[in-house]
Design a protein around this ligand. Structure first.
Ligand code: GLC
Length: 730
């Protein structure tokens, strides 16, 4: 499966020979300089990376020296540049317009990590479709999304952009996101080219420090980081973006094995490989190139098609081809991919198809999209603790505290494209929208958690007079995202001190956490009666928080990434190897451990409470012996045994007892979200086939190695309810 070209969804709407002929004809008409131009991506207004040399966009576009432009502000500017390209340049080849539409364009959906907490494939697809609809309606044709990074280190700021620590969950959601962005027809006015990023291994930056080296094994690369990208290619993703980072000390943008041999070769990826911001030029500080010529040669030969804002291809590629250093066929392959992307988007047929003021005005920021954002946010929230304080039961007075409760910008998170904090629903707004109770507000502490004594005292006074306190704690949005790694992932500033003072008043306290990454909140877990993780829930976040706090929605979110007790434990994940001295079985004092902390997380992968209860019964396998190429079906009954309706994410894990390499103690093999009325039972089935059992063996191949296995079902990696054994035989 992994080493044969994956089955491609027929995303190409027009595979007739005429389209290919047109591309070849056009390719034949391009001069060498114009070919290089197609591989040159310039920047518009937003700066999403370090400053790069200024160029005159109008001049470059009119000269046919640009193939795509990112970060252009507004449809009018995009249309003006398109007219320049089509009407002024010699061959009139239209431009692609790229933008980081990562979790929405104007209507902002929950961040990718928050959305992953829904464990809902449909939510992932629909959110991407909303993002694509608004982006395309604004004249954008290329969304630099979905992020496919697998993250185990909460210090890394871009954990917020990942789907957490598990390759399978990330792969499943990636598949749906690609389908959401690209739909079935890239020429349709509500679809855009997607971009699987950042290929590959970026989530394992050493020490969680942004842009740091990635020092992992080939097995970790193949079992942890590659699966989501493979899923994206299988779903027909139109482009892939290279990571800033290296693998085995070769930056991915110059890594021929990864790009040309694996991605474009074995996987038969026929889309565009675009560098990340300036990362072709950054081959120099990486120390693998000493000048622009070498950087250009390494990148284009490795398989990087488009140079994002590096101005390296335009500086050196024409001469490299002219003097025979780089074969023109390598250049042609890259140009062909770019032209094909433009064809698939219908830009040759009508380069102005994505510029329609009426469509933009009716689609962008629509009420329907806001409703989708609210529903996705509801589904993403994770109830971490609850002693019964939630759902709120008609309090007369609610005291709300924390500057984060009243800041629209902090429910949006990073990569908000054109989302506007002033248009977002804050937690305070959401509570006031949802109840006739008296909702008081005192900041208590600022966005960074700093509490002036007078502010803290004022908040405590309001809490003493209230029936319930809702304190919004966590991170301001700038504390996570790109170049926002942190060595301290506890609550910033004096938030914990204010929480302590609030708890001491005797008024029941609910903590609502706004966070981009997992936080280490052991005191809060221990002492605050109810804790709801709302992540960065997007434009409708405040309304969704209120929906959950008042019980209009029963929370069903599950953690896609472990929450550590302390930053000293990271990187951590549920699928760690057992080691030769497992904590569970080795002699105490000689087991894998710390002196000053337990091994287990504060909250496990898959953790999430509900306002109801679920019971698991009758796990059955349709066989307990299967051959390496066969699959089995595991079925389990899940009953809602509690008082209210709710959705349960039923999780299936497998354990492979032994093999040619040490393997994780648990691997997620399936998940299904089922909605159940009180008393209702559902029989849930999981197909466990070779792709869920195979590993990268010591013989350096994907294979299911025979032996003893165990299948588990349950509510979380640390809350497994039932298990059955089975054997795989040759
Ligand atoms: C940034 C990010 C990448 C983004 C690109 C363009 O540095 O790494 O995710 O798509 O540049 O904004």
């Amino acid at each position: 499966m992994h080493d044969t070209p994956p089955d491609r969804d027929a995303l190409d709407t027009d595979t007739s020979g005429t389209a290919d002929d047109r591309i070849e004809t056009l390719l034949g008409e391009l001069t060498l300089a114009e070919k290089v131009g197609q591989l040159n991506q310039l920047n518009g207004t937003d700066q999403t990376g370090p400053a790069v040399g200024e160029v005159d966009l109008d001049t470059e576009i009119a000269a046919g020296a640009v193939g795509s432009v990112l970060n252009v502000d507004g449809m009018a500017a995009r249309e003006r540049y398109q007219r320049l390209a089509v009407e002024e340049s010699r061959l009139g080849i239209p431009l692609l317009f790229g933008f980081d539409v990562v979790h929405g364009y104007e209507t902002i959906l929950p961040t990718p990590l928050a959305e992953a907490a829904s464990w809902d494939r449909e939510v992932a697809r629909v959110d991407a479709a909303v993002a694509a609809n608004e982006a395309a309606a604004a004249g954008i044709t290329w969304a630099f999304s979905p992020p496919c990074d697998v993250a185990r280190d909460a210090r890394w700021g871009r954990s917020m952009e990942s789907s957490g620590e598990d390759p399978f969950l990330t792969a499943e959601l990636t598949r749906e996101r690609v389908r959401g962005y690209q739909g079935d027809d890239l020429t349709a006015p509500d679809t855009v080219l997607a971009c699987a990023k950042h290929f590959v291994g970026y989530g394992d930056v050493l020490a969680g420090r942004e842009y740091n080296t990635v020092d992992i094994s080939e097995t970790a690369l193949r079992e942890r980081h590659l699966p989501p990208f493979e899923a994206a290619v299988e779903a027909g993703v139109g482009s892939v973006m290279t990571a800033f980072t290296d693998f085995e000390r070769i930056p991915v943008g110059a890594n021929r094995e990864l790009l040309r041999d694996l991605l474009k070769g074995t996987w038969a990826f026929d889309g565009v490989v675009v560098s990340d911001w300036n990362s072709v030029r950054e081959l120099l500080p990486h120390g693998v190139a000493t000048d622009e010529r070498e950087a250009a040669r390494l990148a284009v030969e490795a398989g990087t098609d488009v140079d994002m804002v590096g101005h390296v291809y335009t500086a050196a590629l024409e001469a490299l081809v002219a003097d025979g250093t780089v074969p023109e066929s390598s250049l042609d392959d890259a140009v062909r991919r770019v032209l094909e992307a433009k064809r698939r988007l219908g830009l040759f047929a009508d380069p102005y198809r994505y510029f329609d003021d009426d469509r933009r005005d009716s689609v962008v920021g629509s009420e329907r999209h806001r409703e989708t954002a609210r529903d996705s946010a509801r589904q993403s929230m994770v109830l971490l603790e609850n002693d019964g304080t939630l759902p709120l039961s008609a309090p007369d007075t609610i005291a709300v505290g924390g500057a984060l409760a009243d800041e629209g910008t902090d429910v949006l998170g990073e990569w908000r494209a054109r989302g506007d904090g002033d248009e977002a629903v804050t937690v305070l707004d959401g509570l006031r929208n949802a109840t006739d109770a008296d909702v008081t507000f005192a900041r208590g502490y600022d966005r960074f958690g700093e509490a002036r004594p007078e502010d803290r005292d004022e908040l405590v006074e309001t809490i003493e007079m209230a029936d319930i306190a809702v304190l919004v704690v966590g991170e301001p949005w700038e504390f996570s995202g790109e170049c926002s790694s942190r060595t301290d992932i506890s609550l910033p500033g004096d938030q914990r001190g204010v929480l302590e003072a609030a708890v001491e008043t005797g008024t029941p306290v609910v903590a609502v956490v706004l966070n981009g990454r997992p936080l280490a909140i052991p005191w809060t877990a221990e002492n605050v009666p109810a804790v709801l993780d709302a992540w960065q829930p997007g434009s409708e976040g405040g309304n969704a928080v209120a929906d959950v706090l008042f019980g209009n929605v029963n929370p069903s979110g599950k953690l896609p990434m472990s929450f550590p007790r302390t930053v000293g434990q990271v990187p951590m994940s549920y699928d760690e190897l057992p080691t030769g001295r497992p904590a569970e079985t080795a002699e105490p004092g000689w087991a894998t451990s710390y002196l000053d902390a337990p091994n287990d997380p504060l909250y496990a992968f898959g953790h999430g409470l509900s306002y109801t209860e679920f019971e698991y019964r009758d796990l059955a396998l349709d066989t307990d012996v299967l051959a390496t190429h066969e699959a089995l079906t595991a079925t389990v009954s899940v009953e809602n045994t509690g008082p209210v309706a709710g959705a349960e994410v039923v999780q299936c894990y497998v354990r492979d007892e032994a093999g040619s390499r040490s393997r994780p103690g648990l691997r997620l093999a399936g998940f299904e979200k089922v909605a159940l009325e009180p008393g209702e039972t559902s029989r849930v089935a999981f197909d466990i086939g070779p792709e869920r059992l195979e590993t990268w063996t010591a013989a350096e191949e994907w294979r299911v190695e025979p032996g003893a296995f165990e299948a588990f079902v349950g509510r979380a990696a640390d809350d497994l309810r039932l298990s059955e054994s089975f054997t795989v035989s040759e």
